[in-house]
Design a protein around this ligand. Structure first.
Ligand SMILES: Nc1ncnc2c1ncn2[C@@H]1O[C@H](COP(=O)(O)OP(=O)(O)O)[C@@H](O)[C@H]1O
Ligand SMILES: [Mg+2]
Length: 220
């Protein structure tokens, strides 16, 4: 369901060229859950940004759900991302002036999903936050914010969830509780997951773990 073909990506920093991927090939089956580990700076976030289409590869192609990114115009790629991908970030990335319910409803609004409010309430209930619907992010703890972010990532029933160190900013106990919720919900929906993490304990929840090193993904 996801295929990365001969991906090449470099950044230019001043006069320096930083090669992140020279020839990356990778594939993932529907419903598969994989963890990606690797040193800071190895390109994990870059990899997720490429898969989400937020940044473009210098060459090569990404095929998600039989759609080749090469064939899409910028606006088509934006629509494709909004419909097919859910994101969870280390720093939650909630909209500060929207309450929990409004944050969860955002992707559903973009995709024009029917019954967005009911779905958002149901998801917030399933992550244990039905008593926090009208709270702003600033009124929520880190673990609560990440549970809102999980509900937001799932509201449009994405094909794939991309999670970038989702428990990286949480204490161990809260991180475990948040990961329990995430895995419970994605297993229910058979959602594919790519999870970037520094924690071996978190990685073992996935069927496979890869290490990103020198631009290659090696199975651990
Ligand atoms: N927009 C950018 N412009 C220039 N260099 C970047 C940019 N984004 C990331 N980098 C560089 O690319 C490398 C990989 O970054 P990143 O993908 O964030 O790694 P990781 O998530 O594994 O820590 C780092 O050396 C980083 O400084
Ligand atoms: Mg990163």
């Amino acid at each position: 369901m996801l295929e990365l073909k001969s991906l090449k990506k470099a950044y230019i920093q001043g006069s320096q060229k930083i090669e992140i991927f020279e020839n990356l090939n990778f594939h993932l089956k529907e419903g598969e859950r994989v963890a990606i580990m690797g040193k800071s700076g190895s390109g994990k976030s870059t990899l997720l940004s490429l898969i989400s289409g937020i940044i473009k590869a210098d060459s090569g192609d990404i095929i998600l759900n039989s759609v080749s990114y090469k064939d899409l115009q910028e606006s088509e790629l934006n629509d494709f991302r909004a419909t097919n991908i859910g994101f969870i970030f280390q720093n939650f990335h909630l909209v500060s002036y929207l309450n929990a319910l409004e944050n969860v409803m955002l992707p559903a609004k973009v995709c024009n999903i029917a019954n967005a409010k009911e779905k958002a309430i149901e998801l917030l209930k399933s992550v244990g936050l039905s008593h926090r619907l009208d709270h702003l992010p600033s009124q929520l703890s880190g673990g609560e914010k990440q549970r809102v972010a999980i509900a937001r990532a799932l509201i449009h029933n994405p094909k794939i969830i991309l999670a970038d160190e989702p428990s990286g900013n949480l204490d161990e106990e809260t991180g475990i509780a948040v990961m329990d919720k995430l895995f419970e919900l994605i297993k229910q929906n058979n959602t594919t997951l790519i999870l970037v993490t520094h924690s071996k304990d978190v990685a073992t929840r996935c069927e496979k773990t890869y290490e990103l090193n020198s631009g290659n993904l090696n199975k651990c």
